[in-house]
Write a protein that binds this ligand. Structure first.
Ligand code: 5AD
Ligand code: SF4
Length: 424
């Protein structure tokens, strides 16, 4: 039986990548992916646990699916990913219209469960003893696709005190370099031009630098990105490799989290601001147009006004091209869940607002460097696309197909995008 499948994805790039692979695994069974959930035979929510807000949002969406189930009892409602792993049975208890709950590693069994198996149940495993099986069906679904994610490792060993990831995604597991490069070659051969190498701490892979160098020379791949770099393991050699290889995009996502060494220590981040600055300023000095993006958490337990000022100072010094800012959210089972919350909701809100203002000003300043320059933009099929530095560019002029390389003269910088005119 051919099924139509709807997938909604919350959370990070790893989840987006997993959803894509899940789509392909259904395609391999003859299923098709649709964009309207009310027409679907299978509705899948791929969820995130990183903040309470993300979980509540997913739970309320899934709650509303009850009316679909009432209307069409044969529909299969599936909750997969990190929240599925964290809450397990509790999801089915709270939302009885859910058929399948499956964690981030067992979600790839979903087509089997629905087509050949029980059709319902809770499928979570022990993240401590999880094998690494990277699922790559190798089917290319969309004609207009030109960019893909390639996971190179899964899980995380860092155990930052605020973070749920090691508990839901388990210990670090590394994919073999040969398999990674083989996948890159398949993608290049199928017309993919841009890949993003993925991992919660992508530079923890023992062969990370070799992978970068080998991926950079895969035929037909024009852009290779990588996410997320753990600051403690960022080094000059990696930055040099990026500078020396045209295909490797001049972009670094390195979450700083806080500018205060006291807070970094309490977060169990294994680096200091000065170690971070060493990498960031080396990037600025050797690849001036490279983008540096980051994540910040405000209101971590014990964060004083003076700690927060240190975060603001770090933004002033580094001038991040892009910052993702979050209010601290206590996660059950993490070390920090045992810390007394000392920052009120109002203070968190206030700090978030101040930080966002500072980050927006920094982003604008960085984007202004691009005014008057000519950049190559990979079109997303509309009159916009991205530069190698991952800057979003809106351009005037004739339309371009998805993946087409468009030369654009940048006329105006905004905090989160650039505007320009197509010149080819
Ligand atoms: N509360 C708030 N933000 C968090 N992040 C991770 N855990 C938490 C938490 N408990 C943020 C970090 C991380 C990003 C993916 O989410 O900044 O880099
Ligand atoms: Fe969310 Fe982290 Fe899971 Fe990604 S790995 S979906 S950010 S909890």
């Amino acid at each position: 039986m051919k099924k139509s499948v709807y997938i909604k994805t919350f959370g990070c790039q790893m989840n987006k990548s997993d959803s894509k692979r899940l789509e392909e695994s259904f395609a391999a069974y003859g299923g098709s992916v649709i964009s309207d959930e009310s027409d679907a035979d299978v509705v899948i929510y791929n969820t995130c646990s990183v903040r309470e807000h993300a979980e509540n949002k997913a739970l309320s969406h899934i709650g509303r699916l009850k009316f679909l189930k009432d209307k069409k009892p044969s529909i299969k409602i599936c909750v997969v990913g990190c929240m599925a792993q964290r809450m397990g049975e509790e999801i089915k208890k709270r939302l009885p219209h859910v058929d399948v709950v499956a964690g981030p590693s067992l979600m790839f069994e979903l087509p089997g469960i629905l087509y050949d198996g029980a059709g319902s149940g809770v499928f979570t495993d022990d993240p401590e003893n999880r094998d690494y099986k990277e699922f790559f069906p190798g089917v290319i679904a969309g004609e207009s696709e030109f960019a893909r994610y390639v996971p190179i490792m899964r899980g995380c060993d860092n155990f930052c005190s605020y973070c749920i990831v090691p508990y839901v995604r388990g210990r670090e597991k590394y994919r073999k370099k040969e398999d990674i490069i083989a996948e890159c070659r398949v993608l290049g051969g199928k017309g993919i031009k841009e890949i993003t190498l993925l991992g919660q701490a992508v530079n923890s892979h023992p062969e990370f630098k070799e992978i970068l160098k080998e991926a950079a020379v895969v035929k037909r791949l024009k852009r290779v990105r990588f996410l997320t770099s753990y600051p403690g393991k960022m080094d000059r050699e990696t930055i040099d490799i990026v500078r020396e290889n045209e295909t490797l995009c001049n972009m670094f996502h390195i979450p700083l989290q806080s500018g205060s060494d006291k807070i970094l220590k309490k977060m169990k981040r294994r680096y200091t601001l000065s170690k971070y600055l060493d990498s960031a300023l080396y990037i600025r000095a050797t690849i001036p147009f490279a983008s540096i993006s980051t994540d910040f958490i405000v209101g971590f337990p014990g964060e004083t006004e003076s700690d927060f000022e240190k975060t603001i100072d770090a933004v002033k010094k580094i001038k991040f091209d892009q910052s993702y800012t979050f209010k601290y959210s206590s996660r059950p089972g993490t070390k920090a869940a045992g810390y007394e919350e000392t920052v009120t909701e109002e203070e968190k809100q206030d700090r978030l607002k101040k930080l966002n203002e500072m980050c927006n000003a920094a982003s604008l300043e960085r984007n202004r460097l691009f005014e008057g320059r000519e950049e190559t933009v990979f079109s997303d099929g509309e009159n916009s696309g991205r530069t190698g530095e991952n800057k979003i560019v809106h351009f005037k002029g004739s339309r371009a197909a998805a993946g087409e390389e468009v030369r654009v003269r940048i006329e105006k910088a905004l905090p989160h995008s650039l505007k320009g005119e197509r010149i080819n």
